[in-house]
Design a binder for this molecule. Structure first.
Ligand code: F6P
Length: 555
């Protein structure tokens, strides 16, 4: 569904009026501030100096409280960073995106995922189209829930990849407490048959609904899995089962979906980027899982965050502050990654979701004009839910040679009845931020009497092994509870943060040309691996490594 009329320009008109971050006076001032105060700012001293630090550096956004006080900034740093945002025209760039300017210039598209969660009457672009599809999708979702109540459907298989998988998979898991009790959800994304085979093996076709989700309806992985699912269905379903009642498509390419034989399709538009598409019909499994009323709460939370982003002064605008911290850490401190540690098992897929959102958006090395950037962009984003991460990679976070800012997500109320477990979980979350910041001095370590060292091991050396440098930064985001509304707000917060950091860096956060080369080469290699192909095993024209590996795999 192609609803964007505006042509592509070399640089979006609003962005073109503003300088890239490194060409501003604020950038030079930040450099000076970093050398004089920033590099050596010690969090322990900063807290000792200023009893109001927590209050001064904590911020409220809809559904999300953000404690930034354990970051290596002070109010002066935030003022300098604010100057950078002003000089880069961040507010103007934000407003241009929100009103539908072609923010994605390399693909000639507007970027309007915010329109998908705007309520009727809010005056968002494409309101009529958006609400027509949304109403139809929600009626379908509620009908599926009714079929589940009647025992007609038990399982939903969602087939998609990247933005057509990660959002729904992450959100359905996060909203487990709100899921329809008689429906199980399965997400298949990988072209590896080990993904789909065990899913289908356990299902009855006659009680399964298959959702094929692909913005383009051409993605190799999704099309291949969709074909496998269709063949399974035809073979397994009892005679007379209507395929049309068991397959549904979600795509901007309605023709291709029809060509595949899907008669029930929900569309969306090219101005919805894949990694921000869970608010569109791509979110169908979420709507089926939680029902239409809660789906609207989910959108409501995101819309509330949109308004915060659009209207709150930049100095208190949480997505903007997080983006400015990203610039501060990436470009001044030189930190290369950020770890996200959700202390809620429901958010287990959030790190994977954020990897696509952030790294596919801002993993770019040229600016909007195509000039090579002289500074770094997206950090590596990685993580695991707490407390599991503590028993895996937190060793490195505390004592490794790299400083990795950590983003903790704490949820005040649990959806289960195990108050003791929840208290332990929250204690661990707070303790990790505290430990990263406070560290442990060599003197304190030497004063301890560790029981385990080998006999005769030098006590001073042992103390150094047991020393924590501390002063390691973290942010803590707090939700009251993990609900459709708070999840919507949290995701929208991250989306806006990614846009804001991309706008400061002067890049296009909305294309993903970096995934194309591998796709093309895989297409060229496939006939050399396929059974029955005349070119099977052919290594002509390949580099010796790829040729050697191919021979090894074909032998
Ligand atoms: O990985 C590249 C990408 O285009 C993502 O941006 C997108 O989310 C994913 O592939 C899936 O694409 P589609 O929804 O068209 O199948």
């Amino acid at each position: 569904m192609n609803a964007t009329a505006a042509p592509a320009g070399a640089v979006p008109p609003t962005a073109a009026r503003w300088p890239r971050c490194d060409r501003t006076r604020a950038w030079a001032a930040l450099q000076g501030h970093f050398e004089a105060h920033g590099r050596d700012l010690d969090l322990r001293e900063a807290f000792a100096r200023d009893p109001q630090r927590f209050a001064a550096l904590s911020f409220e956004a809809p559904e999300v409280f953000a404690d930034l006080s354990k970051n290596r900034v002070d109010l002066a740093t935030l003022r300098f960073l604010g100057d950078l945002a002003d000089e880069c025209g961040l507010a103007a760039q934000r407003d241009a995106m929100l009103r539908g300017e072609v923010a994605n210039a390399t693909e000639g598209r507007a970027v309007l995922h915010t329109a998908l969660r705007a309520p009727r009457g809010a005056g968002a672009p494409f309101e009529a189209e958006v609400h027509a599809v949304q109403d139809a999708m929600l009626a379908f979702a509620d009908d599926v829930r009714a079929r589940a109540d009647a025992g007609e459907l038990t399982d939903i298989v969602h087939i998609g990849i990247g933005g057509s998988d990660l959002g729904p998979a992450m959100a359905v898991r996060a909203l487990e407490a709100f899921r329809h009790p008689r429906l199980r959800f399965h997400f298949v994304s990988n072209v590896d048959g080990h993904d789909i085979a065990p899913v289908l093996a356990g299902l009855a076709a006659a009680r399964t609904l298959v959702v094929i989700a692909s913005k383009t309806f051409t993605t190799q992985e999704t099309m291949a899995n969709a074909a496998v699912a269709r063949a399974w269905f035809v073979q397994q379903a009892p005679a007379g089962t209507e395929v049309a009642r068991h397959f549904v498509g979600v795509t901007t390419n309605l023709e291709a979906a029809a060509g595949f034989g899907i008669t029930r399709t929900f569309g969306f538009w090219d101005w919805v980027g894949g990694r921000c598409s869970l608010w569109s019909a791509i979110g169908l499994p979420i709507a089926i899982a939680i029902g239409s009323a809660r789906w609207r709460e989910f959108l409501g939370g995101a819309h509330a965050m949109d308004q915060h982003f659009a209207r709150t002064p930049l100095a208190r605008n949480v997505p903007v502050l997080l983006a400015l911290l990203d610039v501060w850490y990436r470009n001044f401190h030189g930190f290369t990654s950020r770890s996200v540690a959700p202390y809620h098992q429901g958010l287990a897929r959030l790190p994977a979701y954020l990897q696509q959102l952030e790294m596919e958006s801002n993993g770019k090395r040229v600016d909007l004009a195509g000039d090579t950037l002289p500074f770094a962009t997206s950090p590596v984003v990685w993580g695991e839910p707490g407390t599991n991460g503590q028993h895996a990679f937190f060793q490195m976070l505390h004592q490794g040679t790299d400083v990795v800012p950590v983003e903790f997500i704490a949820v005040k109320h649990a959806a289960h009845g195990h108050a003791d477990l929840h208290a332990k979980l929250l204690a661990n979350c707070l303790a990790q931020g505290q430990a990263l910041m406070l560290g442990k001095s060599a003197e304190a370590a030497a004063a301890e009497h560790p029981p385990t060292a080998a006999a005769g091991f030098d006590r001073a050396a042992l103390a150094r092994h047991r020393t924590f440098p501390g002063n390691r930064p973290s942010t803590t985001l707090v939700l009251d509870a993990l609900t459709p509304r708070s999840l919507g707000a949290l995701i929208a917060l991250y989306e806006h943060r990614v846009f804001a950091s991309g706008a400061l860096w002067g890049i296009n956060s909305f294309d993903q040309w970096g995934v194309e080369l591998g796709k093309a080469l895989a297409g060229e290699l496939l006939p050399r691996l396929e059974a029955g192909s005349a070119r099977r095993g052919d290594t002509a024209g390949l580099d010796s490594s790829t040729a050697g590996l191919l021979r090894r795999l074909m032998s």
